[in-house]
Each structure stands twice: as C-alpha cells, then as structure tokens.
Design a protein. Structure first.
Length: 511
C-alpha cells in the first residue's frame, strides 16, 4: 500500500454465477489524501475464484451446495489472510433456485438446478389451471420453466415429502447467508424471481400458493437490499479463525446487482447483462403489468430502492459454452479466444438460429441441436467451430436488437444505445456485432458489474456512500468503458436483411 493512498474500510463481495464463483474485496481509495479535489475511486481485488459445477444424481441435476458453502468460507479466510479486514460481506447469485429447511434448520436434500428437467410441460399446465393473464398479472414474470413456482409445483406433483417436512424456503443467496449467520431471511430482488411474489400488492401471493398446493407459511417476509442480516456465527468464526463480520443482503439477484452498477448518464437507459444468460432490460419506478408486456413475455423484477426492472431473459453464451464443452469431449479443445478468432474468419450472416428456442435449454449435444435446427429451417448447416461460433454470436446480436426494440415499444422510450456489462463483454466480437445489429453505440463495461453492484450496496449500508448515484460516480471514475459504434451503411443494409430473415425464423418455428 502506497503511503500516498488513504484506504477506507473495505467490504467483501461474493458473486456466484452458473459456472463459477468469485470473491472480491472492494475499497474506496483516494490517491491524494487531504486534497479536497482528489478523485475517489473504487478498487476491487479478487481474492478467490472457483468453479461451480452441477452434479447429476440419478435422474436429476443439482447444485453442489456444500461445495459452494466451503468455497465461500475459503474466500472469507483468504481475504483475512491477505491482510484485509472487511467490515461486511454479501452474496449475489442467479435467481429462482432454493433450499428447504426442516423444523430443526437442517437442509432437506440437495437443491435442484434450474436446468433440471422436472419442470418440463408445467408452464402450460399451470397456465391452463390458473390462466395466463392472471398468472402474469400476479407475478409480472416471463413464463420460464425454471421459475420457483414451477419447481415447487413439480415437487407437489411428484408427491415429494420435502414440502410436508419444510418449515422454511430460502433462495440460494439467502440459504448461503443462513449457513453463515443462522438467520432466515428472504431478500426482495430474489423474491421477485419466484413467480410467487405479487409485485402489484407487494407481498407473497398466498392465494395462488394455496390453489397450487404450495405451503405459503414457508416463505419469510422479504427484506430490502442493504439489510443487515446478522454476523458470522461463533462456530464459523472459530472454523475460519476470523473475527465476526456483518453479513448484508445485497441486491442478491446477480442481475439486479449488475443493473445497480450500470454507469448510465440518463435515468432512461437500456442495459444488457451478458454471461451464461443474457438479460436485457431497463429500470422503472414501478412494475409494468400490461397485456402487451405479457404478450412480449417480459419480466418485472425488483431492484435496489424499490425500483423494478422490465427485462427479458435471453439464452446467452450458454449455447457457445455447451458447444465448446461437446467439442472438448470429442477431442477438439478450443479456448474462447480461439473460437472468436475462427469466427472472425467465417462467412458473416450466413446461418442464424433463434437463441431462445427451448430446444437449446439443455440438450445432450448442442452442436447437433443447432444442425437439426438449421436443417428444419432450410438453412446451411455450420461446418466448422468458427462457423458455429459466428452463427451463435450473430444470432444473439440480432435477438438483442429484437428485444431492445420491444422494450422501447412497451415503455415508450427511445434508447440512445445499449450498456453492456458482465463477463460476456470480454468477447469483443459479440460487442461489435451487437452495435452492428442495433445500429447504435454499445457502451461496454464494467466486466465485474454484479460484484460492483454488490459492493456499492454494502458501502451504502455501512455509511460510506450517501446514495447509489455517488456509487455510480465511483464506477465512472474507476472502470474503463469501451465504445463500439456501428460501421458503414453497406454493413447496415446487410444487417437489415439479416434481421428480416431472423424475424421470419422465429415465426416459422412457432407455426
């Protein structure tokens, strides 16, 4: 540490994604202490990283929850071993998934993975029973088979004893916080991903739960981001050899943590969180529950300070990740950088897919699934890893344009461009293609947006930020933003023609 730098108290953030987890220490620093004009910055330092690999047990796919807890403990220990003294810690993860606790506080079984097949066909079944209009009006969510509602309904249909024995349901970050503190808390942004929280009434939808045979008493009352949950238990402190630190509920859904770190200059902005999933949306003061939102299948998910985010889940880089995994199984190992380089050399706008076709949700062989899609839509079949990669990235970019324009129709806004954040922006080709597809600038950065949003909520809870706008000023001063502009009119004409083909593809596969 330079003697010229003043360090403010630090905080520790865990950001868990579908394929990996990271622990970062965040500090506000001033390079010239004592100088009133000195710019404060947010410094983040990675102290731990680990793989998050699901486990297939029998016919079901599960999260390795004990491993996740072990790695979180390892991250806390490593932070202290590196000389940091974090005042607080918070965890953000993907949405929808959960664990069930019995009356003794013991975990009932291993939590299911959202890609488990137990919910297949249940969107249609529940919609027929409850009515699609009512279901949307009382949840505000896009109908996705992995939503908590359908997972619990699957347990009920299967006659699982877990629901009879359960005393508390805790969503993934809340469950991990419980293991650290012993406190059972449900964080607001996570609650809004379940399909069982009514955004219009601002409460759990007990009537819907009763109709579906889901016990409503197992859901703790939601608390807002920034709530202090408790401290590390004496047992955890003794195990890790660390003093007690506060555990805070961040915007625990990673999408909303990322949205809280988007360095926009206008209150009306569109953002894309790019990773295994892509989530494209815009922030609003209240949920938008109109029939048009239902028709377009957007979601209303809770954000920081009681805001809502009108957004849509898009399949994202999962499709490319699964192709890469299958090629490795077949003895052809490529890095993502190599695949992008090969894609640069492939024929542009040649073959397209609808990334959100549910056939790409969890196939056994992703490249073969893409081949089958191309044959069924009378398109050329990709014949090399570069061609597959180009097809996937261009199709994602076109889907981003489609969803961006739909968001504008629903909100009556016109967005100047698109803010892209998250790990996917390290794929510069995807960013360039997105700028071409939407015909507007793409502002890419920061990469670690979920982590940064997590840290900002903690720093505000600790009194080190007056509000989140002050936090966004820190983000702008601390992390570079790469700007991608669309190219020439000649390129524009090619992308316009490709977009027409892309829209026709979506309609033909729904016929």
């Amino acid at each position: 540490m330079s003697s010229e730098q003043q360090r403010f108290p630090c905080v520790l953030a865990f950001d868990l994604g579908a394929s990996s987890g990271r622990a970062f220490v965040g500090e506000i620093i001033s390079e010239h202490p004592g100088d009133a004009s000195s710019v404060r910055k947010l410094k983040i330092t990675e102290v731990h990283r680990f793989a998050n690999v699901p486990v297939q047990i029998g016919g079901h796919l599960h999260w390795d929850t004990p491993m996740l807890l072990r790695e979180i403990k390892a991250g806390i220990r490593k932070a202290f071993q590196a000389g940091y003294r974090p005042e607080s810690c918070a965890i953000d993860t993907w949405g929808v998934d959960f664990g069930l606790l019995d009356r003794n506080g013991e975990l009932l079984g291993i939590p299911y993975h959202y890609r488990d097949r137990q919910t297949e066909g249940l969107v249609e079944e529940v919609s027929a029973q409850i009515g699609a209009e009512r279901l949307f009006r009382e949840s505000g969510l896009q109908f996705m088979p992995f939503n908590t509602l359908y997972q619990l309904y699957a347990l009920k249909k299967a006659g699982s004893p877990k629901l009879d024995l359960a005393e508390t349901l805790l969503l993934t970050p809340d469950l991990l916080n419980y293991f650290l503190t012993g406190q059972r808390v449900c964080e607001f942004t996570m609650a809004t991903t379940t399909g069982l929280y009514d955004p219009g009434r601002g409460t759990w939808n007990s009537a819907l739960m009763e109709e579906l045979g889901i016990p409503s008493e197992i859901f703790p009352d939601p608390v807002p981001p920034g709530t202090v949950i408790g401290e590390l238990t004496a047992e955890v402190c003794a195990e890790l050899g660390v003093p007690p630190i506060r555990i805070i509920a961040a915007a625990s859904h990673d999408t909303e943590s990322a949205a809280a770190a988007v360095p926009a200059d206008s209150p009306a902005f569109a953002y894309l969180v790019s990773g295994t999933w892509s989530l494209l949306g815009t922030q609003m003061a209240k949920p938008l529950l109109t029939p048009a939102v239902l028709e377009r299948q957007f979601s209303n998910e809770g954000g920081v300070d009681g805001t809502y985010h009108l957004l849509k889940n898009i399949m994202g880089l999962w499709i490319l990740q699964e192709c890469k995994r299958k090629w490795e199984q077949d003895g052809e190992a490529y890095s993502f950088a190599e695949l992008v380089q090969l894609a640069e050399q492939a024929k542009p706008l040649y073959t397209l897919i609808d990334p959100d076709d549910l056939r790409f949700m969890n196939p056994a062989d992703m490249p073969e699934e893409i081949r089958a899609y191309c044959r069924e839509t009378s398109q050329p079949v990709p014949d090399s890893p570069g061609a597959f990669t180009r097809c996937i990235l261009e199709s994602l970019a076109l889907r981003y344009r489609q969803v961006l324009e739909q968001a504008e129709e629903l909100t009556g806004s016109r967005f100047a461009g698109l803010h892209m954040v998250g790990g996917g922006i390290q794929n510069e080709l995807l960013c360039r293609l997105t700028a071409e597809a939407i015909g507007r600038p793409v502002w890419a950065g920061p990469v670690e947006a979920s982590t940064i949003g997590n840290l900002l909520v903690q720093l505000r809870a600790g009194g080190w930020l007056t509000d989140l706008q002050e936090g966004l000023d820190l983000v702008k001063a601390s992390f570079p933003i790469q700007v991608y502009e669309p190219e020439s009119e000649e390129h524009r004409a090619a992308w316009t023609e490709a977009y027409t083909r892309f829209e026709r593809l979506g309609r033909s596969m729904k016929c």
